[in-house]
Design a protein around this ligand. Structure first.
Ligand code: AHG
Ligand code: MN
Ligand code: MN
Length: 288
């Protein structure tokens, strides 16, 4: 696609299906991961929609959960600015997971509800109302194969998680990495957790991997509406507005205590130094 990712057949088909369905409803502007530019539709319509038609498409071949992410924004007077609004302007956001269940996670700005597809009846049924993410979690998710490319605050945070009861977190963590943002978000909504796709030193990853308009913004709205937090490490995701449609952004989201700890580590180099210095570690030389 325009962003340099390899497009799979199902990426293209999912994009075509969603665009066909959305052509039947009043949408002022539509943006998709699979389209270079946003498309102007019904100029009288009140909303604009941004979609990641198929998230996690590298997981298709291995039969893992994939999904669809969407963000709904108010239509501004100048439609050229439709997808340059702050994340906090979103009217609604959601995602669908295609896994053991087909689930719809939806926020209209007043909490998050989770629905399961009833295939026989052809509708989604409410499975969990007002989903809440616990403040503290015991599970983190990051692609640890990139460890050598991470900045020191991210390394320090993961080191704290790995140190478990012997580190400052004072409890053990489990680890997961699905490689589908939708599945990671669903898990966090179900049992808490923290997800990190930070920037790293690989060429092209200076702003991480995930896209602001149709991945990070909708996920941040959902996670915040469920009581969690979403940040780049330095800024709240919902305070950001995109300079370009396919702009990438570091995304750290989930249980608010762990997300706050990641922010603390980004803002305080001395803290990072103290975590990284073995002499001051919990079992170190100078610690009582
Ligand atoms: P997409 O399939 O829409 O391009 O998104 C894939 C994203 C996201 O779902 C996942 O968290 C991340 O890419 C996985 O990246 P790595 O392969 O670098 O782990
Ligand atoms: Mn995606
Ligand atoms: Mn995609």
């Amino acid at each position: 696609n325009s962003d340099g990712d390899v497009q799979r057949d199902l990426d293209v088909q999912a994009d075509a299906i969603l665009r066909r369905c959305l052509s039947k409803v009043p949408v002022a502007a539509l943006a998709s991961e699979e389209m270079r530019e946003a498309q102007i539709g019904d100029r009288e319509a009140k909303i604009c929609i941004a979609i990641d038609p198929l998230d996690g498409s590298s997981n298709i071949d291995i039969n893992m959960t994939v999904g669809t992410i969407f963000s709904i924004l108010p239509a501004p007077d100048d439609l050229a600015l439709a997808f340059h609004q702050r994340g906090s302007a979103q009217l609604a956001a959601g995602f669908v997971t295609y896994g053991p269940q087909t689930s719809l996670v939806l926020t209209l700005g007043e909490g998050v509800d989770i629905f399961t597809l009833d295939r026989k009846a052809g509708c989604f049924r409410l499975a969990r109302a007002a989903a809440q993410i616990a403040e503290t979690c015991e599970e983190f998710a990051i692609n640890a194969s990139n460890r050598r490319h991470w900045d020191s605050p991210v390394r320090a945070f993961v080191d704290e998680c790995l140190a478990g009861v012997e580190g400052p977190a004072n409890h053990n963590f489990n680890m997961r990495w699905v490689g589908s943002l939708v599945a990671e978000a669903y898990r966090i909504l179900t049992r808490g957790g923290v997800f990190l796709y930070p920037s790293d030193a690989r060429p092209g990853y200076g702003d991480g991997r995930l896209r602001l308009v149709y991945e990070a913004h909708p996920m941040a709205m959902i996670i915040e509406q469920a009581g969690g937090s979403a940040t780049t490490g330095r800024e709240r995701i919902l305070d950001l507005s995109a300079q370009s449609l396919h702009q990438r952004v570091p995304l750290i989201m989930g249980s608010s205590n762990e997300v706050r700890r990641v922010e603390e580590l980004h803002c305080d180099p001395l803290l990072v130094a103290s975590v990284s210095a073995p002499l001051f570690a919990r079992r170190g030389f100078f610690r009582l």
